[in-house]
Design a protein. Structure first.
Ligand code: GDP
Length: 540
């Protein structure tokens, strides 16, 4: 990666742009379902002053579903198929929280959202440790080398002891956990959190169901421990642990943190609000300012250049009568203003951006200006694709969205063999939107295509949209592929894999080669044959 800064045309707006960018923090939460992401999000908004009482996000969520005319699937399942952006402001810092859907609606969208974030907040259930979905999301953070900040949640319930949690994080993710806070007591005895960074012990008084901020008393360590209502043996053990970890954070290598090799770990309970004040206070400083992106000419762009950004998510129109959709753009450089004319990729046509909106706690409000780090949701008249660069002035192109490896496969055909052309066209369109990967079936027949997704729900989304938008009724046939890896465009490697054990090489509609494996064993054989470095989980 190039580190040389491109000379940037500094206009009269440059200083305000840098100033605005400095006050922004754009992050995503990575967690496994049920770890407490929704509860923590709500509490961040509560502490951030964006809502007055906790509980409103969940209520709104329920109300939105009741009123939603969004896709039938969403209504039937009561889940959200796409993610949104929450903005809140605290002490002059504007936070953009990019929501990453969990549960069954986990999809490539979730992974792509992480490309638009500058850091990740990893939420872990203290009783369960690092779980499967967190591991998948963490891999994307590792690929990008972004900082990861950890919040170990549910300390008000019996779980692993804090040292166990740290070793769980280290062994599961290979990241170095660094205690930034330490819990005093746990389960029903959870009474306080030691702020390792600020060297103060916070003792909490339980608020009613955590609807308001917890009442807190702040002490020096020894004094606080003396005030806690815990047995002498618990206090002694706590003091010993604090002795052990008290300098860890202060000795953390900033480079290790900035590149995601070390993660500061906070402890608390999102439900009862314990530890949230400490977490938020330090999160402000730990979360990085908007990063500078390198374009595809290897130039590191300055934040104060004219407006540019990239599309990381497309959300199809809620109204099936209209095929247009909303494009979510991460602002990489400059100032975005409502009504400006932008260009998209190689298209010479200028598009006037008249109705951008941002999403705040599910309310759509018109956005007048946006700066680096912000997300704008733009009406997409059809020109935007996943990964498209949107810019003003001199042409720019960012290649930042990788292809993620699909994990689920299914063979699709049109029930009506005469709609073969529409099947291909529709699927091509949906693959450009980033809904699904489409491959030629190895040894398949004309009316069949192979679909690959990161989450299984996408197959239903595809089936639904193909029928509603392209009038193609699809038939699915299961296929036995266990896992896949993207391949380099290298004839020698491709031909070696074509003859490998239980391995099938095929191409997506953009000619990207991929290897499909029948079993974990087949993958391990392929690794032996061509080397792990030629089998990609992410492909640019
Ligand atoms: P998500 O699926 O990650 O968004 O998780 P939720 O925020 O919906 O939480 C899942 C469940 O765990 C809910 O019943 C929450 O009330 C509960 N929960 C969340 N945080 C805590 C916590 O700190 N302590 C306890 N005891 N329960 C919690």
């Amino acid at each position: 990666m190039s580190t040389a800064a491109a000379p940037s045309p500094v206009g009269k707006n440059a200083a305000p742009i840098l100033e605005e960018a400095r006050n922004r923090r754009t992050f995503a939460i990575i967690s496994h379902p049920d770890a407490g992401k929704t509860t923590l999000t709500e509490k961040l908004l509560l502490y951030g002053g964006a809502i007055r009482e906790a509980g409103s996000i969940k209520q709104r969520k329920a109300a939105r579903h009741a009123a939603s005319d969004w896709m039938a699937i969403e209504q039937e399942r009561g889940i959200s198929v796409t993610s949104s952006v929450l903005r809140f402001e605290k002490d002059g810092i504007k936070y953009n929280l990019l929501d990453t859907p969990g549960h069954k609606d986990f999809s490539e969208d979730t992974l792509r959202t992480l490309v638009a974030a500058d850091c990740a907040l990893m939420v872990i259930d203290s009783a369960k440790g690092v779980e499967e979905q967190t591991e998948k999301l963490f891999e994307v953070c590792r690929m990008r080398g972004i900082p990861v900040i950890t919040f170990v949640n549910k300390y008000d319930r019996p779980g692993m002891d804090p040292l166990e949690v740290l070793s769980n994080i280290e062994s599961k993710l290979g990241i170095h956990p660094v205690a930034a806070a330490w819990p005093l007591g746990y389960g029903t005895d959870f009474q306080g959190v030691y702020d390792v960074i600020g060297r103060k012990l916070h003792l909490y008084i339980k608020a009613s169901h955590g609807a308001r901020e917890a009442d807190t008393e702040i002490f020096d360590l020894e004094e606080g421990v003396a005030n806690a209502q815990l047995s002498e043996s618990v206090k002694e053990a706590f003091m010993e642990e604090c002795e052990l970890i008290r300098d860890e954070f202060h000795e953390m290598d900033p480079d290790e943190y900035n590149t995601g090799k070390a993660t500061p770990v906070f402890f608390g309970s999102a439900l009862s609000n314990f530890g949230l004040d400490i977490f938020l206070e330090h999160f402000r400083n730990l979360a990085p300012q908007p990063q500078r992106y390198t374009d595809n000419t290897e130039q590191l762009r300055s934040l104060d250049e004219p407006f540019s950004g990239f599309v990381f998510k497309l959300q199809a129109n809620m109204n099936p009568e209209h095929r247009d959709c909303t494009a979510f753009v991460r602002v990489a450089t400059g100032k975005f203003e409502r009504g400006i004319e932008v260009k998209v990729d190689d298209l010479s046509k200028k598009i006037r951006m008249t109705s951008p909106h941002t999403l705040m706690a599910d309310d759509r409000s018109l956005l007048e200006v946006a700066y680096p780090g912000d997300i704008v949701a733009l009406f997409n008249p059809g020109e935007f694709k996943i990964g498209s660069t949107v810019y003003k002035g001199e042409k720019k192109k960012y290649d930042v969205i990788p292809l993620f490896t699909p994990e689920h496969f299914i063979k699709a055909s049109s029930k009506d063999p005469f709609r073969r052309k529409q099947l291909r066209e529709g699927l091509q369109q949906l693959s450009e939107e980033g809904v699904v990967h489409v491959f030629e079936v190895p040894n398949g027949v004309g009316n069949e295509l192979l679909l690959g997704t990161v989450g299984v729900l996408q197959f239903e989304v595809v089936q639904h949209r193909m029928l509603a938008e392209y009038k193609v009724e699809m038939h699915y046939t299961p296929v036995p592929y266990h896992t896949a890896r993207w391949l380099p465009e290298n004839e020698e490697i491709i031909s070696k894999l074509k003859t490998a054990f239980s391995t099938h090489v095929t191409f997506d509609l953009d000619e990207n080669p991929i290897a499909l494996f029948d079993s974990a064993y087949a993958l391990s054989q392929a690794i032996e044959k061509v080397g792990e470095e030629n089998l990609f989980k992410f492909k640019r």
